[in-house]
Design a protein around this ligand. Structure first.
Ligand code: FES
Length: 93
């Protein structure tokens, strides 16, 4: 087997592996259709400290147009915050 054949097979394996990884992920769900904000972006914002719909709007644009997504965004933020570990107080450490 020549070098070209090996690299061709490796490339095919890497492409298939990448496609398999993509297929295993849940597809993104749009929370805000006006501004194209997905549940992944909301998750990322909450993971980075976003704690309110106002902050989410500032960071992502979610809710900045018609506002019909605000209720869903607020409940997602509340759910995601409930999943976060409790903060460790500096004086308790
Ligand atoms: S759906 Fe989010 S502002 Fe319209």
């Amino acid at each position: 087997m020549g070098w070209d054949a090996i690299t061709s097979q490796l490339t095919a394996i890497l492409i298939l592996d990448g496609m398999a990884a993509l297929l295993q992920q849940d597809p993104p769900v749009y929370v805000c259709l006006c501004n194209g904000v997905t549940d992944r972006q909301v998750r990322e914002a909450v993971d980075n400290g976003c704690g309110s719909v106002g902050e989410l709007t500032m960071r992502t644009g979610c809710g900045a147009n018609c506002g019909s997504c605000l209720e869903m965004a607020a409940s997602m933020i509340a759910e995601m915050q409930a999943e976060l570990p409790l903060p460790i107080l500096a004086c308790a450490a």
